[in-house]
Design a protein around this ligand. Sequence first.
Ligand SMILES: C[S@@+](CC[C@H](N)C(=O)[O-])C[C@H]1O[C@@H](n2cnc3c(N)ncnc32)[C@H](O)[C@@H]1O
Length: 289
Amino acid sequence: MQLKPALHSAIERLTARGVPSPRMNAELLLMFTLDCDRAYLYAHSERELTKDEQARYGSALDERARGVPAQYITGHQEFWGLDLIVTPAVLIPRPETEHVVESVPELARAREPGEESPPRVIRIVDVGTGSGCIALALAKELPKAEIHATDVSYAALEIARANAARLRLEDRIRFHHANLLEGIGSEFDFVVSNPPYVGESEADQVQLEVRKFEPREAVFAGPTGLEIIERLIPQARAALRPTGWMVMEISGTIAKRSKELLHDWDQISILSDLQSIPRVLRARKPRDP
Ligand SMILES: C[S@@+](CC[C@H](N)C(=O)[O-])C[C@H]1O[C@@H](n2cnc3c(N)ncnc32)[C@H](O)[C@@H]1O
């Protein structure tokens, strides 16, 4: 079969199975099968697919048609311009999480009138690093920062370490197996996190693909969604230097309750994502705690 009809029949098949963005998915999986870019698909639309390519494309489409996210099929997701390996052991990094990354250099640069320069080496810890996406993006963005990353999942830490090695950033990040910030130390300038924040009570509002295929402990925090954040906030306060920042991803559902938990912090703000959903909660540890 030629490439163009193979693509068309794949689009029809994914459409019939209710897969969102069927063309994008069909193209992505064909690019993955042929190890090529999109331009190649259109420049060589009459190229014959070998039997082996047809079989591999067919099984990738089977997986996608049964709901497996394309990123778990291809094993890759881009985040902050970095090509990351992803497996079902880690949450697939989302574009909105880039707002957490953006906040750190912005807050590190901003100073109040009369405030001293920030310490020479900024110390950052990423809690619940998953694929390592936030820690790796910060390592790229802030070449002088000292960066730590924690996760309770050994399997996730393995992927995060592999990503660091592939990106030659392994010397920049210290990975720790830890329950949130337990045993990680103190005197950090930033605690950053995209914690699990979905409540089990709202599970039916979560996309089926997420519920079925992404790690449950990465998505769900407990019955209300606040359980991890409630533990993380006091730990972050203990781990931060006075005037240090906590920068945390949240959802619209928990924005108000998360903000209330930070009532005795300074400079609390919530940034919205590109869809105007409250997404990043930022708060500063008081100078005199
Ligand atoms: C929402 S995912 C975020 C992953 C990654 N930072 C990202 O933004 O794509 C939450 C991560 O927190 C980890 N996690 C859950 N409970 C934890 C705990 N008590 N201590 C440390 N990490 C935890 C999960 O294993 C998962 O990797």
